[in-house]
Design a protein around this ligand. Structure first.
Ligand code: C5P
Length: 238
């Protein structure tokens, strides 16, 4: 098994390490929780562990559905071994119900059902506050080819199908989510993470928010909500 060596990159919630295998990295999920492009950061006990196990569980489900992911092996409570991807700096967002920036941008009511779901692209750039971009920007600026972008969109919509059903069976609405992709030896592969830090999940019956909006909106009970989601899905967490 690949061994952790030097730090490659420290993100807002995860630290990425090189390993003894040039094709593999280790992601360390920290307890740091950030909002508003990193302007607000807090430590939330257990969050690194919960998100690491949550992400591993979801990525396994996606692999089983035929979606290529970077995940290789769960290493510890807060570390996972992954393929080293050449990351594409574009965020793919799907929305099944209106919330967050869509509500602000278009003035629609939170919770409005979106049929078919929307697909949006944002540039991953905190200094510019992750501006919304379109297909032509991605290709013209060389962030991905038209073919790679088409594959990212196809995979993102497939992830939505798989996970909407999974969460629905657990009594949850998958309101929206963000994915990031990278290239592994020329193939588009799902990278980064899938956790309640990067999606919106509401209880189906009460519409109670069980995701990072609890942190953004100061609602409290953030990690407790993540743990409730994990427990409902059957994610093994001590
Ligand atoms: O803020 P907005 O409504 O555009 O976010 C859409 C979805 O993407 C939400 O689930 C949010 O948590 C996620 N997101 C993210 N990282 C970002 C921007 C959005 O995980 N930088």
């Amino acid at each position: 098994m690949a061994q952790k060596t030097t730090e490659l990159y420290r993100g807002k919630a995860k630290t990425v390490y090189h390993t003894t295998d040039a094709d593999k990295l280790i992601l360390h999920f920290r307890n740091d929780t950030s909002a508003f492009d990193g302007e607000r950061i807090e430590q939330l006990a257990r969050k690194g562990m919960v998100n690491n196990k949550f992400n591993f569980f979801i990525m396994q489900k996606l692999e089983q559905a035929g979606i290529p992911t970077q995940v290789e092996a769960l290493l510890s409570d807060d570390e996972v071994l992954v393929k080293k991807l050449d990351m594409i700096p574009v965020e793919c967002v799907v929305r099944n119900f209106a919330a967050g920036s869509l509500v602000k941008r278009l003035g629609v009511e939170e919770g409005l059902a979106l049929t078919p779901p929307t697909f949006e692209l944002f540039l991953k750039n905190d200094a510019l506050h992750d501006p919304m971009i379109n297909d032509s920007h991605v290709v013209s600026f060389g962030w991905a080819t038209a073919e790679q972008l088409a594959e990212m969109k196809r995979l993102t919509l497939r992830v939505n199908d798989v996970l909407s059903k999974l969460f629905d069976q657990a009594g949850l609405m998958l309101v929206d989510f963000k994915l990031e992709f990278g290239l592994f030896h020329g193939q588009i592969v799902l990278g980064d993470e899938f956790s309640p830090d990067g999606c919106r999940l509401w209880d189906k019956a009460t519409r109670k928010k069980l995701d990072k909006d609890r942190f953004r909106q100061g609602l409290g009970g953030v990690v407790e909500a993540y743990e409730e989601v994990a427990q409902r899905l059957g994610v093994p967490i001590d």
